[in-house]
Design a protein around this ligand. Structure first.
Ligand code: 6PG
Length: 243
């Protein structure tokens, strides 16, 4: 088995990862003190089952939908109804069962290109946060959900790309993605992701063995740089862990 990151919980399979993540999110919401709860969603395919679970019987009645505000850690610069869009993935997963107030879903604008979209989303985050500087004692997010790409990227922070090195802006354009889909992206930056009470990585499947092994070998991959004001937890299934 691969030497796994600190605070890893080994999951039997992808379904177990999704169910544990749903319970983790509910427990976080239970502890959250403020009226508003801010959750930053991961894109890609791994979290779709989690999002569908939250909207399903047994969970949908337990989620404090009226308090939660849903943000995106990144998106592809494509129309929101495009098959590549994380907005479409979340909308399909939540379906009509999740009573999400329309004003509580903050989609990353994708109709004016990566630069303009990044600036617009940063404005949205600053307005929600109520300040232009992130206070370490007042995290922007209660929970950040992240995935791990087969190249070790997370959100749309790819190895060697400028957005990874961004330390002032909260949101950055990614004109050239580091792996498929090779469309421009918009991504939250490491400082924005770090402004969180907790981070949860969801990692399933054999394709993640290589990046997990490279992380274990100490390679300087983007996912290694993710920090939080609280705990960074990993839910990794046995297939990814080569257990
Ligand atoms: C995206 C995601 C990205 C994803 C990883 C893993 O927009 O693609 O934010 O960071 O989490 O690429 O993707 P899978 O879950 O599809 O393996």
């Amino acid at each position: 088995m691969i030497a796994l990151p600190p605070n890893t919980e080994l999951m039997a399979d992808a379904e177990a990862t999704a169910r544990a993540a749903a319970e983790h999110l509910l427990a976080m919401a239970e502890r959250a003190e403020g009226e508003r709860i801010a959750i930053c969603l991961s894109g890609g395919s791994t979290p779709k089952r989690l999002y569908a679970l939250l909207a399903s019987p047994g969970f949908v009645e337990r989620v404090p939908w009226a308090r939660i505000h849903w943000f995106f850690g990144d998106d592809r610069v494509v129309p929101w109804d495009d098959a590549l869009s994380n907005v479409r993935m979340v909308r399909e997963a939540f379906g009509h069962a999740a009573p999400v107030p329309a004003t509580h879903l903050y989609f990353i604008p994708s109709d004016h290109g990566a630069e303009a979209g990044a600036r617009a989303y940063e404005k949205t985050l600053r307005e929600f946060y109520g300040a232009d500087h992130l206070d370490p004692d007042r995290p922007l997010f209660d929970l950040v959900l992240l995935g791990l790409g087969s190249d070790g990227h997370t959100a749309s922070l790819f190895p060697g790309k400028p957005a990874l090195a961004e330390r002032k802006a909260w949101v950055a354009p990614v004109p050239e993605a580091g792996m498929e889909p090779f469309v421009p992206r918009i991504t939250l930056t490491l400082p924005a992701l770090a402004s969180s009470r907790s981070v949860l990585f969801l990692v399933n499947g054999a394709s993640k063995r290589e990046p997990l092994q490279r992380l274990a070998d100490g390679e300087d991959l983007p996912a290694r740089h993710v920090a939080s004001a609280g705990r960074v937890t990993w839910y990794i299934d046995r297939e990814a862990a080569a257990a």
